[in-house]
Write a protein that binds this ligand. Structure first.
Ligand SMILES: [Mg+2]
Ligand SMILES: [Zn+2]
Length: 196
């Protein structure tokens, strides 16, 4: 069976604005170049897969139904611009916060690579030709643990690049293969890197 390369996209701070525990439709804002970037992925034949940590569920800030509704809305915004996400994955857990079944050490919360591995399994993806784009050290680390290349965008820049993130957050973490100025830049680089 044919296997597909994929671009895994972090959601908050990468595809849409980081607002801190997104819980309402009216707070969901795509970055200006997000639809164009996703459309490029769609046209390249790669799968576009969102993988997002949503510990707000474990913390009791919102429910899984809210996250799923937000993803339907996000998809609608993208479709209106001719782009689409092939599948959304989220981790609702947290190792120490919250109550009940959601409070656990799980294999899906980034920097663990569980969501990427699950997607590879369910979507018949070729991880050896896949990439991840994210804005945090934990995104880049998850990619590294899954054995895929990664691109860092925006806020989570490396020490020496911008002061956005404390250097300690990079300690012991994998570094990205590329730092991009925007999501669109990141996707353009990936497409070139995949088919030089
Ligand atoms: Mg993020
Ligand atoms: Zn999880």
């Amino acid at each position: 069976m044919k296997k597909y390369p994929a671009v895994f996209l972090d959601r908050d701070g990468t595809l849409i604005e980081e607002v801190g525990y997104l819980d309402r439709l009216d707070r969901l804002k795509l970055f200006p170049d997000s639809a164009r970037a996703v459309r490029l992925i769609n046209m390249s034949g790669m799968k576009a897969v969102v993988a997002t940590n949503q510990s707000g569920i474990a913390r009791g800030y919102f429910t899984e139904a809210v996250v799923e509704m937000l993803h339907v809305h996000l998809q609608k915004l993208l479709l209106a611009q001719g782009a689409q996400i092939d599948r959304f994955y989220y981790c609702p857990h947290h190792p120490t916060e919250g109550l009940g079944l959601y409070r656990k050490v799980c294999p899906c919360r980034k920097p663990e690579p569980g969501m990427l591995r699950q997607a590879a399994e369910e979507m018949n993806l070729d991880l050896s030709r896949s990439y991840l784009i994210g804005d945090m050290p934990t995104d880049i680390e998850a990619a590294s643990r899954a054995g895929i290349k990664s691109v860092l965008v925006r806020g989570g820049c490396l020490p020496g690049h911008t002061p956005d993130l404390p250097h300690e957050e990079w300690e012991g973490r994998a570094w990205p293969d590329r730092i991009a100025a925007s999501l669109l830049d990141a996707v353009r680089w990936i497409i070139q890197d995949l088919e030089p």
